[in-house]
Design a protein around this ligand. Structure first.
Ligand code: PLP
Length: 262
């Protein structure tokens, strides 16, 4: 008998299906794990961008999270869009009761179209309460700059800035280069002991990039749930995401299409 590997995602709903919880569920399912969902907000999104956001109360988010963690043997957790400082605090309080569960934190601060997806007080609290609880955080360059107060730069300087931030936090940091320039898309895994490794893939020339960060962090959480070490989980997740993007690069969607399909 096989026992399902449960991966719990804490995220917002993206009505257009490209990013958010919808992307997380596709990614977790594709790895052979099973997604459990804690919704933080419901967004109205179309190719025009984020048209509206309705946020759930922090109490209700905590209620969803507590119930699922009590009911299932959750093997890994990921969080994406948290929206408010109240939700950041509530998630931090519940996760503090489960320190043994690996937790991948995707610090979603803005949508690709520039809408803020976490309020200013939430960013400060994220730094103080949630980042130190994470197993791995997955900032892009902009998020890295905001959270660390440091400039990631390019090439070797990403390693220095990343390992310095990782050491200060005592948490692994994957600095994602997807939004940077160049033919290669390089993500740098930095560990608190000073080790670092760059995972590079040829940049896929496609408009279908919605939910890239959501899918990558969900894939890493699923790979960890299935028993991989952190380094291998990152390598496998990156390969899977790049493979999916390449396989669907020329598909024509209404607006930008989803980065991860299967
Ligand atoms: N979560 C939700 C609900 C979103 O709508 C978005 C972007 O629109 C994101 C997360 C971030 O997506 P990405 O993985 O492209 O950074």
């Amino acid at each position: 008998m096989t026992v399902p590997k449960y991966v719990l995602s804490i995220a917002g709903s993206d009505s257009s299906g490209g990013a958010g919880m919808q992307a997380d569920n596709r990614a977790i399912h594709a790895c052979g794990a099973f997604p459990l969902n804690v919704l933080t907000a419901v967004t109205v999104q179309t190719p025009r961008g984020v048209e509206a956001v309705e946020v759930l109360s922090a109490e209700f988010v905590a209620r969803q999270l507590r119930s699922l963690l009590e009911a299932y043997p959750v093997a890994a957790i990921k969080s994406g869009m948290l929206t408010t400082s109240g939700i950041v605090r509530a998630v931090g309080e519940v996760l503090a009761l489960y320190p043994e569960i690996p937790y991948i934190l995707d610090p979603v601060l803005c949508s690709t179209s520039g809408e803020p997806l976490l309020d200013t007080e939430g960013v400060a609290l994220l730094r103080e309460v949630l980042l130190p609880r994470a197993t791995l955080i997955t900032p892009n360059h902009d998020e890295f700059r905001i959270l660390s107060g440091d400039e990631p730069g390019g090439g070797e300087s990403v390693r220095y800035a990343g390992t310095d931030f990782s050491r200060r936090l005592n948490v692994a940091v994957l600095v994602k280069g997807g939004h940077a320039e160049g033919d290669l898309c390089a993500d740098c895994l930095c560990l608190p002991n000073g080790d670092s490794e760059v995972f590079s893939a040829a940049r896929v020339a496609t408009r279908n990039t919605r939910g890239t960060g959501c899918a990558l962090s969900a894939l890493i959480a699923a790979e960890l749930a299935l028993g991989g070490e952190l380094r291998d989980a990152v390598a496998r997740a990156k390969n899977r995401l790049t493979g999916s993007m390449a396989a669907h690069e020329s598909q024509s969607w209404t607006g930008a299409g989803p980065a991860f399909l299967s």
